[in-house]
Design a protein around this ligand. Structure first.
Ligand SMILES: Cc1cc2nc3c(=O)[nH]c(=O)nc-3n(C[C@H](O)[C@H](O)[C@H](O)COP(=O)(O)O)c2cc1C
Length: 352
């Protein structure tokens, strides 16, 4: 399948020039990783989900989820919670920072500790509350930035209510919807409901960006063509593969992508590690039980699993990842894996 040029999307006052967005992923999409994706051509990024209660209580750890790497742009901030007043107050605090181009409300997180409190996906079971949150958050940010909603098609297969929830959030003032085409009960697995993405897109006036199950650059164009959505949001496929965003641009321009060389993989991993180290150093050791360096190395672990999975020597590194190591040791171990060469090529659209 051949790519095609993608159109800019107007999300309220924010014009998203390139409608391919990195999905928020708690534990993964901190500033270091997001900045790499932006450099590879991602159109916008979003912070990991940030607790509204934590923000209004001025918890230092919560505030750090809003840290950016350098002048990372364009970036939206995502907050979660279920109390409209708290969500509005947290949104106002985010707006005051003047660092974010949109404010996203998490109405899709299926993790038990979130949804059981009525936050995240819990909001889909209480649409009136979700609409009130959108109304109050829009009021609180006072036109400073558009408010978006990231949600799913429903709570479970027999309670699909996405037409109602998306109509309500549009009515309440949302400027765009990021729609994960799965129900909350399946969390992140199983097929993505494209027909429903298409139906929501047809029914809404505000932009709808589709999310879920995109594995390759080709999939982006496939989803957009089949469903008519205004753009795509990509989560797990970008982990260990920030080049995916470059591949999408290449495909849009009618060119094929290429698999990154071992040197490029090394460069990406080491830049990523350096940026994690810089971000943790900024946070300061008082915040971090293990100190900045060990924490940065720990944060890198799940990324390394993805960057290095296709390498022959990966098993050796995987077995030692549980150890707490400093950055110099980690670099040596990464180099040892890279020296073993690739077992298999990473997924690409080169042949398509
Ligand atoms: C580890 C992990 C963490 C996630 N954290 C968030 C989050 O903080 N906020 C959010 O809205 N969605 C979160 N998600 C959901 C993703 O944004 C996305 O909707 C989901 O992974 C489906 O997209 P994908 O199939 O492209 O990965 C998370 C998903 C994963 C796998």
């Amino acid at each position: 399948m051949i790519g095609f040029p993608l159109q800019a999307v107007q999300m309220g006052s924010f014009r998203l020039e390139w409608p391919v967005v990195l999905a928020p992923m708690a534990g993964y999409t901190g500033g270091a990783f997001r900045s790499l994706c932006l450099e590879q051509g991602c159109g916008a990024v979003v912070t990991e989900m940030v607790s509204a209660q934590g923000l209004i209580r001025h918890h230092a750890r919560t505030k750090h989820y809003l840290d950016r790497f350098g002048d990372e742009q364009p970036i939206g901030a995502q907050i979660y919670g279920s109390d409209p007043g708290a969500m509005a107050a947290a949104a106002a605090m985010v707006a005051e920072r003047n660092e974010f181009v949109f404010l996203d409300i998490n109405a899709g997180c299926p993790m038990p500790k979130i949804r059981n409190r009525g936050d995240g996906a819990g909001l889909m079971r209480d649409p009136a509350r979700l609409f009130e949150i959108v109304r109050q958050v829009c009021g609180a940010v006072g036109g400073k930035m558009p408010v978006t909603v990231k949600t799913r098609i429903g709570w479970s297969a027999d309670t699909i209510n996405v037409m109602e929830t998306t109509a309500g959030v549009e009515e309440a003032g949302a400027a765009a919807i990021f729609l994960h085409g799965r129900v909350a009960s399946v969390r992140h697995s199983g097929p993505v409901n494209w027909p429903l993405l298409a139906e929501v897109k047809r029914a809404r006036r505000i932009p709808v960006l589709g999310n879920g199950g995109i594995q390759t650059a080709t999939d982006v164009f496939h989803m957009i063509r089949e469903t008519g959505v205004d753009g795509a949001m990509i989560g797990r496929a970008a982990l260990g593969n920030p080049w995916l965003f470059h591949d999408i641009r290449e495909l849009a321009a009618g060119r094929s992508s290429s698999v990154p060389s071992v040197e490029e993989v090394r460069g990406m991993i080491f830049t990523h590690l350096d940026r994690e180290l810089a971000m943790m150093a900024r946070r300061g050791s008082r915040q971090l039980r293990l100190g900045a360096e060990l924490t940065a190395c720990l944060v890198m672990r799940p990324h390394l699993v993805r960057y290095l999975r296709g390498f022959r020597g990966f098993g050796v590194l995987a077995r030692t990842l549980e150890e707490r190591v400093d950055a110099a040791t980690l670099r040596q171990r990464i180099d040892a894996v890279l020296a073993t060469g690739r077992r298999c090529e990473p997924p690409s659209d080169k042949a398509s």
